[in-house]
Write a protein that binds this ligand. Structure first.
Ligand code: PLP
Length: 359
């Protein structure tokens, strides 16, 4: 069976070249006589993979020495708890921006640890836009400001950050490495790997070193960011295969010309798809055009009763997983770094043909 265009929001498509390389190295990694899955995480071989992944990520995101890269387990959802557990020590509250389903989940978990101040929300607009940053009700004595610059479910993205002296904590799960960011503007960045980085099982966490001092001894050892940093993310057995794949994805990204080059392609892919949707009376996207996600493109059909048929026919045409999130319905095309422009063209051709037959 040949490979199809996979629009899944995550675990998402990986670059074919990465999968082929992993396949070639599967039985015998670089002459070790074993696969990466079978080698000790303390072996020289695996330590070299870990070091390579960190070095490549450092180059790709231009991360300076003020930051530590951690490979954390449990998924980004675990970080919803682990971050307040580490960072609110000595503070009374944390500030949150609420722009959608993932911001809301982070808020819900943080409430178990601290007073949560929602400083701005677009809930009343059904999360179709981003609150005006100049009107945020920021409390500069809080532990940090949390935000989610790409809401994977709603398909809402923003590139600018609010002006604040607070450390900005950002959930970049579905946008990391898809566009240029200035890491020095953040206190902590975290991202589940299974969209733009690799397979599920590891979370990239980039933390400003001064924030490590907030991690209290009373935390479980493997949850403690300072402890993770001191042990090079290897307090216990890390998800070795996921880290290895992440390193291969980082290598692939460097070969594509890095984040700037992939950002230009991502912008073109997203514009091509949104332009088509906007020009059609049959498909529509509800998000404020200024904040449309380049990574997750939700759309609805003028006639809802055709959704099941759309999904059935698109799947048969080799366009996989176009259903929207179960909480919102409709359609969603997730078009991360690994989705080639040809996938967008094939999707649009299908959508145009479907519209012709059913509008
Ligand atoms: N944050 C965002 C923005 C996401 O898109 C997701 C998953 O889709 C998560 C957090 C949760 O990630 P995980 O399933 O790794 O816990």
């Amino acid at each position: 069976m040949s490979r199809v265009y996979n629009f899944c929001s995550g675990p998402a498509a990986l670059p074919e070249a990465v999968l082929k390389k992993a396949q070639a190295e599967m039985l015998d990694w670089h002459g070790a006589g074993v696969s990466v899955m079978e080698m000790s995480h303390r072996s020289e071989e695996f330590m070299s993979i870990l070091a390579s992944a960190k070095a490549r990520l450092t180059r790709l995101l231009n991360i300076n020495d003020d930051y530590e890269i951690l490979f954390v387990q449990g998924g980004a959802s675990t970080l919803f708890s682990q971050i307040p557990a580490n960072l609110v020590n000595g503070f009374d509250s944390a500030c949150f921006l609420n722009t959608g389903a993932w911001s809301s989940k982070a808020i819900k978990e943080a409430k178990r640890y601290t007073n949560v101040k929602v400083v701005g929300s677009s809930k009343e607009q059904n999360y179709t836009t981003v609150p005006d940053f100049s009107s945020l009700d920021l409390d500069e004595s809080a532990a940090y400001l949390h935000l989610c610059p790409n809401e994977t479910i709603g398909g809402l993205e923003f590139a600018d950050l609010p002006e604040t002296g607070l450390p900005i904590v950002a959930d970049l799960s579905s946008t990391i490495l898809s566009r240029k960011i200035d890491v020095s503007k953040y206190g902590l960045i975290y991202a589940g790997a299974q969209k733009n980085v690799g397979p599920a099982g590891v979370v990239i966490c980039i933390i400003r070193k001064d924030l490590l001092a907030r991690s209290h001894d009373s935390l479980p050892s493997i949850w403690n960011f300072a402890n993770l940093a001191a042990n090079d993310s290897m307090i216990n057995t890390p998800p070795t295969f996921a880290i290895y794949l992440a390193d291969l994805v980082f290598e692939w990204l460097e070969e594509q010309g890095g984040v700037e080059a992939i950002e230009a392609i991502n912008a073109l892919k997203a514009k091509t798809l949104y332009d088509f949707i906007d020009a059609s009376a049959f498909y529509s996207n509800p998000i404020d055009p200024a904040f449309r996600s380049r990574m997750n493109v939700p759309f609805t059909l003028a006639d809802e009763s055709l959704e099941a048929l759309f999904l059935q026919e698109s799947e048969a045409a080799g366009l996989r997983t176009l259903a929207g999130h179960r909480s919102v319905g409709g359609m969603r095309a997730s078009i991360y770094n690994a989705m080639p422009i040809e996938g967008i063209v094939a999707l649009i051709e299908f959508m145009r043909d479907f519209e012709k037959r059913h509008a």
